[in-house]
Design a protein around this ligand. Structure first.
Ligand code: NAI
Ligand code: PYR
Ligand code: MG
Length: 622
């Protein structure tokens, strides 16, 4: 039996004022609440709309507040699905789904899970990009919290976090809006992104909706259009980047942990420069990670390992790949760092295997066959030599001034600075081409055709979002390589049929394959921090979850429609890794497995029976 407890009287008040999450504890199909009558219908976490059973309507004081007929949730889903499909514009679809989420979260998530393939591109990229751009125009009601520079003092922040009505928050996705997808600085309008990411935490990861909190930190914006817009909802001033900014971040990090000691904070879409700094400042003291740096990195490693598998190669072949990456910002460097980590790990594993075989042979095993196993491991510096990184000024060479320490690792000592992409490809003959520049159409026909000259199956990942910022389209990549490319883009593309009838399958390479499972794993493990090994393990999980038959067709990521199952396996493996890394505080009860803990944690979009818990009976007695 669960008690319904408010965190404080302040939280109670704001909960009813905003009709935001009520003080819920879900368990085994029922929930208890102090709310009554129309308050219940107004609460998106309690509302069932026309699906309230008649007895419950009586019990909760809502009889007569709804049309008389009880409609099953399946019928509700069918009705909303039909309405959704009739809407033509993606932004109008986003508004439709957001309005449903604001009224009835259970139904919203049931719809999203059942129709994930068609709805993820609305709730998430690419349409969430449109919603961000129009945030001040389409804003209807708040979701999550907003902290501005004016709230930066710890004593204010400490009190403000109690305004959030949920007594338990497991995941916060926070942005300062400074680099929203490939759309640049959108200030407070970037708030749609944490909302979209958290919708995936619930739909795919299984985090209960009452335990997620989207947050925007408003430090101003340098977007001139927004500053001139009278409807802009953020602070109408230029971005603060100095001490006041870091005070805002620090107060936020401390205040949320003070209220919710086990909370996981996901940094999202912070601009280059600050993204890495914040990660380094907090990664060892707080349970946090940066999705663009680490989540994107793990997703790309998983995709590349599968792209190698599709060619009959294994992880040991990763260190032999020549990789060109367009974009040297937070995502680009996060991705190449993760690949480098994977290269070193695979070479260590290969060496360990080779040494074991050699020992076995020395001891007279292996049928006496001689083996010339390569047992060399490569180190970080050697692995870095497999990369050629370009930014908006071209190839990064060591002679360039102003390189960040993270960029300097990859800067070529053997090349002229600033070489153009085409020239680099011609000289390097890469096997892998990554796009994290945020700029559409930068992989032009010449670039792609040049890439295809040197390798049988060019691996081409234009990962920038949203769709029109992708470095090339799926159709371009497949037609310019005669269908040979192995392709993954950040936002989804439809499959492509070439003139000769060949059907080519593009993949969506997006960090959504990592963060929901990784986050749930970290939460269930009660991890104290998120390690690089946890990300690597998540990446390897993507390898296990793609069947061989799919690889043969160039499908190197799990089917989007399976994402909920994939996130579950990622979560299980991340808990295992957290335990191995000594960062987990979870105690696994006797007779239970890690799988059980994950399954018990995961929320399903089912209407629970609602039990009113009214200390003061005068309300129900009228
Ligand atoms: N598919 C996925 O899961 C993810 C995709 N991304 C995408 O990656 C892109 C970049 O994100 P961040 O690295 O955080 O941005 P950033 O602003 O930190 O870095 C952008 C980099 O691209 C370079 N660049 C800009 N214009 C260029 C041009 N014309 N040619 C070559 N390089 C150019 C810049 O010099 C900089 O190095 C965004 O579009 C974002 O949506 C980010 C995270 C995840
Ligand atoms: C997907 C994502 O995190 C981005 O484009 O920033
Ligand atoms: Mg992002």
């Amino acid at each position: 039996m669960f008690r319904v407890l408010a965190g404080s009287s302040m939280a109670r008040r704001s909960g009813s004022v905003l009709s935001q999450p009520s003080f819920l504890r879900y368990s085994h199909g029922f929930v208890r609440t102090e709310k009554y009558g129309s308050e219940i219908i107004q609460d998106p976490l309690l509302n069932k709309g026309t699906s309230f059973p008649l007895a419950e309507r009586d019990r909760l004081g809502i009889r007569g507040l709804l049309p008389p007929r009880h409609i099953s949730v399946e019928l509700q889903v069918r009705r909303f699905m039909q309405a959704f499909q009739k809407i033509e514009s993606p932004l109008a679809k986003w508004e439709f789904l957001t309005a449903l989420q604001d009224r009835n979260e259970t139904l919203f998530y049931k719809l999203l899970i059942d129709g994930f393939e068609q709805m993820a591109p609305i709730v998430y990229t690419p349409t969430v990009g449109l919603a961000s751009r129009s945030f001040s125009q389409v804003f209807r009601r708040p979701r999550g919290m907003f902290f501005s520079l004016e709230d930066r003092h710890m004593e204010d922040m400490r009190a403000m976090v109690w305004n959030w009505p949920s007594e338990r928050v497991d995941v916060i996705v926070v942005t300062d809006g400074s680099r929203i997808l490939g759309l640049g600085d959108l200030g407070i309008c970037g708030h749609a992104i944490p909302c979209g990411k958290l919708a995936l935490y619930v739909a795919s990861g299984g985090v209960p909706p009452s335990r997620v909190l989207p947050v925007s930190l408003d430090a101003g914006t340098n977007n001139a259009e927004l500053l001139a817009d009278p409807l802009y909802l953020g602070l109408p001033e230029r971005r603060e980047t100095g001490a006041k900014y870091f005070e805002l971040i620090q107060s936020f990090m401390l205040a949320v942990r003070e209220r919710w000691p086990n909370v996981l904070v996901q940094f999202e879409d912070f601009a280059n420069g600050v993204a890495r700094t914040l990660l380094e400042n907090y990664r060892s003291s707080h349970l946090c990670f940066n999705d663009d740096i680490q989540g994107t990195g793990a997703m790309t490693v998983g995709g590349l390992l599968n792209a190698l598998r599709a060619q009959g190669l294994g992880p040991d072949d990763l260190p032999n790949q020549r990789i060109v990456c367009l974009g040297a910002g937070s995502a680009g460097l996060g991705v190449v760092d993760s690949i480098r980590f994977a290269m070193v790990r695979s070479s260590q594993l290969a060496a360990a295997r080779a040494n074991k075989t050699a020992k076995h042979q020395q001891n007279g095993g292996g049928g006496g066959k001689a083996q010339n196993s390569v047992s060399m491991t490569i180190n970080d510096t050697q692995a870095a030599r497999q990369f050629w990184i370009l930014d908006k000024f071209g190839l990064l060479a060591s002679v360039r001034s102003g390189l960040t320490p993270e960029q300097a690792v990859y800067a070529r000592p053997d090349a002229v600075d600033g070489k153009a992409l085409l020239e680099v490809i011609r000289e390097v003959k890469p096997t892998i081409l990554l796009g994290l520049s945020g700029v559409g159409q930068t992989f032009n026909e010449e670039v792609i055709r040049e890439m295809a000259k040197h390798v049988e199956r060019p691996i081409i990942f234009p990962l920038s979002n949203p769709t029109d910022h992708a470095e090339c389209t799926a159709e371009q990549a497949f037609s310019w390589t005669n269908g040979k490319a192995i392709f993954a883009s950040g936002s989804p593309f439809d499959k492509v049929t070439l003139a000769n009838g060949q059907v080519c399958f593009p993949n969506q390479g997006n960090n959504m394959y990592i963060f929901p499972g990784l986050g749930v794993g970290a939460i269930v493990a009660k991890a104290t921090r998120v390690t690089d090994e946890m990300f690597y393990r998540a990446a390897l999980t993507l390898v296990e979850t793609v069947p061989k038959e799919d690889l043969e067709r160039g499908i190197i990521f799990p089917r989007i429609s399976n994402i909920r199952d994939v996130s579950r396996i990622v979560a299980i493996n991340v808990v295992k890794q957290a335990i191995e890394d000594g960062v987990a505080r979870v105690k696994i009860p006797e007779g239970k497995t890690i799988d059980d803990l994950i399954d018990e944690y995961r929320w399903e979009p089912k209407y629970p029976a609602i039990i009113g818990e009214y200390g003061d009976h005068s309300r129900s007695l009228g």
